[in-house]
Design a protein. Structure first.
Length: 170
């Protein structure tokens, strides 16, 4: 928006300033220097201000800017989930970081030669990302899965340990 100039630039600058403020406050919540309840209270007027700007942007007369604003307004509830849900981040950085190894692999390897190869790559990259998110040793886990397969046993679970314990108790 900002690169379009005029009203689009003004709107983009205002939305960017709001985004910076939201992220500053969210980082304070994450590091424990701001209570989540205070954060929620402070975000209510910010949310209203952002939504007013987006509504105005939807009618600004610049087709691309209006379309962008309309798309954001359609998903307004999702944009604010991080305020209410503890552990939810306001960006998709975690998802992007999880996908990055697969993107780099695909670019460097020129893909697969079969549907089965594609399924294997999907599966192994998902397993690796899952284990990394749980801070589990990938090599040890894959070795244990291969050893279990050789013995005809089920592969070790990819569920976090807490989920495995609650599953065992049920």
């Amino acid at each position: 928006m900002r690169s379009r100039g005029g009203r689009s630039k003004e709107l983009g600058d205002a939305l960017l300033a709001q985004a910076h403020q939201r992220l500053l406050w969210w980082h304070r919540v994450r590091d424990g220097t701001l209570k989540r309840s205070s954060f929620r209270s402070a975000m209510t007027p910010r949310r209203q201000a952002v939504e007013r700007r987006l509504d105005a942007g939807s009618r600004c007369g610049v087709p691309k800017t209006a379309g962008t604003c309309q798309d954001i307004v359609k998903r307004r509830a999702a944009w604010w989930t991080f305020v209410q849900v503890e552990g939810m981040e306001p960006t998709n950085n975690t998802a992007a970081r999880a996908m990055r190894p697969g993107v780099l692999w695909r670019k460097g390897s020129f893909g697969t030669q079969s549907a089965e190869g594609s399924r294997f790559v999907e599966s192994i990259l998902t397993v690796v990302a899952t284990l990394q998110q749980q801070q589990r040793n990938v090599l040890e886990s894959l070795t244990a899965a291969c050893e279990a397969a050789l013995r005809g046993e089920a592969a070790p679970s990819l569920l976090p340990e807490s989920a495995q314990k609650s599953q065992a108790a049920a």
